[in-house]
Design a protein around this ligand. Structure first.
Ligand SMILES: [Zn+2]
Length: 341
């Protein structure tokens, strides 16, 4: 990126109400078959337009073609039975009915490459595409085949690498892997988590990012956050490992969080995508607040390695709130950019 403090959203945006019911996770589609395919791509084009009009520098698909950031990818894989469901505890936090791994997992054809090609055609700006990380994927499934979280994660990492190569070929500039599970399973993080992440992004020429976070604004997450005390130091476990890894960019939340900003010093040398927009409430940040959040990070990250972002996905918000928050993000970054130069 030539721009100082480039701006981008972490991933999801609320969908238009003609496509699915807003402010709801796993909201069912309102269209079917060919109409659904067209509707999703129209929503994606609209998401590009809204990000661009808000003044953002790196454009995402807004995850308009997927129902959920983890399950939609898994739905396209062989070896997972969505009719056979078991209740498991997700991220050690809440119970959910999840599909079962019944055989060897595999990707029969590209999942998002065609959608990414449409995103590429819709804008001349750099584009970013997010995929769920191996650890987050296994944590959303019941495994009746491998009986080993590590083995299944490694299989998913191989599949993700195939998908990432197709996305790169479609013209994606930044491939982001979402691994919120890195803030929960510290032993696995050290044993194989970062290695699986590197396997997923192996051999790519485009830039690579990992997004770790404390989850978006749903009750299970806000309840969990309330138990974490006055300082959230979970990133202390992952950052030193990521600093040593082949990943280019690390995305984390900051505004309204209790993450001590000095923890990003542990990433020195990497690009930091810092969340300056809270996605867990409807209050629109002022450009001054955004600039302040970013400014507070400057002692700990080289200024040419700081990206301005949202804390997490904005899917649970209303469209107008999401739009205003994107505008605030762009204005805040521009305020700090002027101050620096
Ligand atoms: Zn997140």
């Amino acid at each position: 990126m030539n721009t100082l403090l480039p701006t981008t959203i972490v991933g999801s945006l609320p969908k238009p109400l003609w496509l699915s019911e807003p402010e709801k996770l796993w909201s069912p589609w309102k269209l079917h078959d060919d109409e659904l395919r067209d509707g999703k791509l129209d929503a994606q084009t609209l998401a590009v337009h809204e990000q661009s009009r808000a003044g953002l520098d790196i454009i995402s698909d807004g995850e308009q073609t997927r129902q959920h950031f983890v399950t939609t990818f898994i739905e396209h894989l062989a070896g997972v039975d969505f009719d056979r469901r078991e209740t498991v505890r997700i991220r050690d936090r809440y119970d959910a009915s999840v599909p079962t791994v019944v055989g060897a997992v595999g990707r029969e054809r590209p999942v998002f490459a065609a959608d990414a090609a449409r995103l590429r055609a819709a804008t001349d700006q750099p584009i970013k595409w997010a995929l769920p990380g191996p650890m987050t994927m296994i944590d959303t499934l019941y495994d009746a085949h491998y009986h080993s979280r590590e083995k299944l994660a490694w299989e998913f990492a191989t599949i993700l690498n195939q998908e990432a190569r197709d996305l790169e070929a479609a013209g994606v500039d930044i491939i982001q892997i979402d691994e919120p599970a890195f803030n929960v399973f510290f032993d696995e993080l050290k044993d194989w988590g970062v290695a699986a992440l590197e396997r997923a992004t192996e051999g790519l020429n485009c830039r690579t990012a990992v997004h770790i976070c404390y989850g978006y604004g749903i009750k299970a997450n806000t309840d969990w956050k309330a138990t974490l005390g006055s300082e959230w130091r979970q990133y202390e476990e992952s950052f030193p490992l990521l600093q040593q890894s082949s990943i280019d960019i690390v995305s984390l939340e900051s505004h309204n969080s209790r993450v001590p900003v000095e923890l990003i010093e542990l990433l020195r040398g990497k690009t930091v995508m810092l969340g300056a927009i809270d996605v867990a409430n409807d209050t629109i940040e002022t450009p001054h607040e955004v600039a302040e959040t970013l400014r507070n990070a400057l002692p700990y990250v080289d200024v040419d390695k700081l990206y301005a972002s949202t804390n997490c996905g904005m899917a649970p918000l209303t469209r107008s709130v999401a739009r205003e928050k994107m505008v605030a993000l762009a204005k805040g970054a521009s305020l700090l950019r002027r101050e620096i130069s």
